[in-house]
Design a protein around this ligand. Structure first.
Ligand code: NAP
Length: 406
């Protein structure tokens, strides 16, 4: 029997430290939840433990490098669930997924690198089904509010109209938060790889990239990339940079539920940026900024300048005040084939990518350890297909999220 419920691999990361503090504050160290902090550097983990305060003085520390397969296997054997914040995942993540799959250990992470998720599913799905390891990627701001938000909306659509919403639009009303060096490193790494590979660019443009190979989806999906007038809110909408991750996860959730949202399900996400000329100017400004960022990160000289002088470094991110003041407000509008309309809202307190993400990731790990029965077999799940209403309750009671029907 493993001695820990959770091991936090990457406890010294920017988001890992916030997550550890959340666990200490909410659950202690050796009480109802038994957990350990892990990483490659004992001295860094000792600093993290010290910062967590006297309540964490007895927090166990486990040492393993992300490339050390034997060390990772030994780590997996000591716990029921591993939470990993060691990214970019496409660079460092595979040996840990492999170790979890071979030892039957549950796993969750924060990756938004969909091409890497595709690779992991292709390589390890069969083995995970055999060993019973439940692997759940994207358990942070990408993609829990989107994935669980659509799942929640579909429950209401079934309840009200006895059919799914075959079209769901996510309009983001409020988004207040910053970005860390680790997230930037992951984004730049994807853009760099895509700039060198046409096949990867094609994969990244495929809305069904992480669906099982036998899916029959062919509905054309709408992508908001340039300013667009949203007739429902009567505001200008612009690109939401995480849509390329969230939409892929939501389509996988549909496929893993035997098309519960419909065979021709359509889903898009965009940011609401205001009415009139000011709203248009903001949407146009956002498109120009994103265009400049993607072009800058794709070209080696400008990428060098960005990485060395402009972007936050690994380990850096928004400070405590910015994290406390952050929040998000997601509005979902679902329409059924017979014209029924459902509107729901998902909100969260704290800075979405860090303050809120750390709580969501911790609760995802705890839900895997304590709520999801073993009968839910091994394999690569999404949050909406491995969790259920109990997870929404956890997010609401503990993680500052709310799921409302409007
Ligand atoms: N989905 C979301 O909503 C969301 C939100 C936030 C972050 N993220 C993702 O989460 C990840 C972490 O972000 P962050 O800003 O917290 O990152 P970070 O501060 O840069 O931390 C990276 C972590 O990886 C560890 N690491 C690097 N190489 C390692 C190796 N060979 N062996 C073991 N550990 C190694 C580092 O350990 P050392 O301290 O020893 O260097 C550090 O703990 C990124 O991939 C980011 O994109 C996703």
């Amino acid at each position: 029997m493993p001695q820990f419920d959770l091991v936090i691999f990457g406890a010294s990361s920017f988001v890992g430290q916030i997550l550890c503090q959340y666990l200490v504050d909410e659950y202690g160290v050796d009480g109802e939840v038994k957990w350990a902090a892990a990483g490659r550097s004992r001295s860094k983990l000792e600093v993290v433990r010290q910062r967590l305060g006297s309540a964490a003085a007895e927090l166990p520390l486990l040492i393993a490098d992300a490339s050390d397969e034997a060390g990772l296997l030994a780590l997996c054997e000591q716990t029921r669930v591993v939470i990993s914040t060691v990214g970019p995942y496409a660079l460092y993540g595979e040996p840990l997924v492999k170790a979890c799959v071979s030892s039957g250990t549950d796993y969750c992470d924060l990756t938004g690198e969909v091409h890497w998720i595709r690779r992991m599913i292709t390589r390890y799905q069969g083995q995970a089904q055999k060993s019973g390891a439940r692997i759940v990627h994207s358990c942070g701001f990408d993609s829990i509010p989107s994935d669980m938000g659509v799942w929640h909306l579909q429950q209401q659509a079934q309840h009200l109209f006895h059919q799914p919403a075959s079209t769901v639009r996510l309009r983001i009303k409020t988004l207040r938060g910053g970005i860390s060096g680790g997230t930037m490193a992951s984004m730049v790494n994807v853009i760099k790889a895509a700039s060198k590979s046409q096949a990867l660019r094609k994969d990244l443009a495929n809305p069904y990239l992480i669906c099982p190979a036998n899916h029959h989806y062919s509905a054309r999906q709408h992508n908001v990339t340039i300013p667009e007038f949203d007739p429902i809110s009567k505001q200008w909408a612009g690109a939401f940079v995480m849509a390329g991750i969230n939409t892929r996860v939501v389509h996988r959730s549909n496929a893993l539920q035997d098309n519960a949202y419909g065979e021709h399900f359509k889903y898009d996400e965009s940011l609401l940026l205001g009415k009139g000329i000011k709203g248009y100017a903001r949407a146009a400004g956002l498109a120009a900024t994103l265009g400049a960022f993607f072009a800058g990160a794709a070209l080696p000289p400008s990428r060098y300048l960005m990485e060395h002088y402009l972007l936050p470094k690994p380990g850096e991110g928004p400070g405590p005040e910015a994290r406390r003041k952050g929040c998000f407000d997601f509005r979902f509008i679902g329409t059924t084939d017979s014209g029924g309309v459902v509107e729901t809202r998902v909100t969260g307190d704290r800075d979405p990518g860090y303050g809120a993400t750390a709580k969501m990731l911790a609760e995802a790990g705890l839900s895997l350890a304590f709520d999801v029965p073993r009968q839910k077999g091994g394999g690569f799940w999404t949050t909406a297909t491995v969790f259920d209403q109990r997870f929404i309750e956890r997010l609401t009671e503990k993680a500052g999220l709310r799921f409302d029907i409007l």
